[in-house]
Design a protein. Sequence first.
Length: 510
Amino acid sequence: MSGMNEIILEAKGIYKSFSGVPVLQDVHFDVRKGEVHALMGENGAGKSTLIKIITGVYSKDAGTIEWEGKPVEINNYQDCQKLGVACIYQELSVIPPLTVAQNVFLGREPRTFGLIDYAKMNRMTQELIDRYQFPLHPATLVENLGMGQRQLIEILKGLSQNSKLLIMDEPTASLSGKEAETLFHIIETLRSEGVSVIYISHRLEEVYRLSDRLTILRDGQNAAVLNREEIVPKKVIATMIGKIVDESAGSKKMLHSDDTAPVRLEVKDLTDPADRYRHISFQVHRGEILGLGGLIGAGRTEVVRAIYGVDKAKSGEVILDGQKMNPSPKTSIAAGIGFVPEDRRSQGFIPLLSTTRNIALTNYDIIRKKGAAVSYADELAMSKKAIKDIDIRPADPDKEVGVMSGGNQQKVVLGKWLMRDLKLLIVDEPTAGIDVGAKNEIYEILENLAKQGVAIILVSSDLQELIRVSHRILVMRKGDVVKEFKNEIVTQSRVLSAGQGILDEEEAQA
């Protein structure tokens, strides 16, 4: 074997389970020299587990990994780097106060007489930059660079170690269109230089554009390996979701929204200063759960943060119950708007504080109304009510929230809003990383709130969740609302197709 078909990495018969639950079963994945091999699958299909096994973060329960035709044991990231594999994660490891060159050669600085040779380091970095035509300069401080360029430094770091295989995990999730274009050109240059790339992405158009082959995982198993000419968007979506699933509960539903209910929230022509979303207009009625779908990076989180006032929009209006708002967290809380952010650990609760204190955080105005001073007894009474109302476990008001399970942490985050006279609740990815039982409880909480007349905006990447909980669904793509599903039958593949920019069967025939 030589040339294009030479296999550089092959993983075969990979099994992996966590506490008895299989996550990967008999998975096969191989990468050829100088190819871009994409890896796709829904959330939870096993993509990241497979990559963590290849990079030595997890150990496999069974199976073998071969590098250039020989079996290898990869027990940590160092083993991986020695072979010539570099991983570019979303959580970048660049160090902002250092220069580009210092980051590229961190821990491997060229030395002369024991001292770091900065001139040589800058020269070596410049050679790499020239070879792959990166829009970077060796002496620039990284803190002055945007996300896209920081990612390119990670790639340079890999190339400086003569990596033969680069693994890119959702590399465009936080990039602008222009930065993504630069990345695509660089990937094409790498391929022509014989470097292999594993490209993990939710975005079909990127996979369609870049990949020579595509492996699709579904429920921890190989669903398909497609060659370039077989990568047809419709086929890919059907394979990812699986035909069988579409008939089962939670993937197909008739949507019902009540247009006669009063409008609780109206958003008019909301536009972002950084152009991450533009001219967004929609209404949410009392008692309605409006689902917001679309791919990661479509602008959904940015829109809801602007409605709540965490970030300022450039223009547009937010109107609650007929009153124009000037959104800020303070005015939103006072007006009865609750917000459960996507990253609950850093934004939703304070891990070291107890359930009682976390629930009191947004509610001191109510607690204070009862008496001049805030008493612990008042806080405790409220906390006990929340624990009882939504079954927070352990039912211990003094328990630190940071040590609870994800589902219970999320209930605490929800609980602090349920103690208020809520008008609108915004929830961003409410059940990410939460087990099935707790998911159902959170859905029940949302459904009960809607029954009480609260309007809810639900941002979710979990298609099953979006379809199950929503009364109406808006799909965003690249900063625009591209589709509304309302009073019609909706399936996972229709929502996913809209988010990927593919026409619906129904529309295609129209």
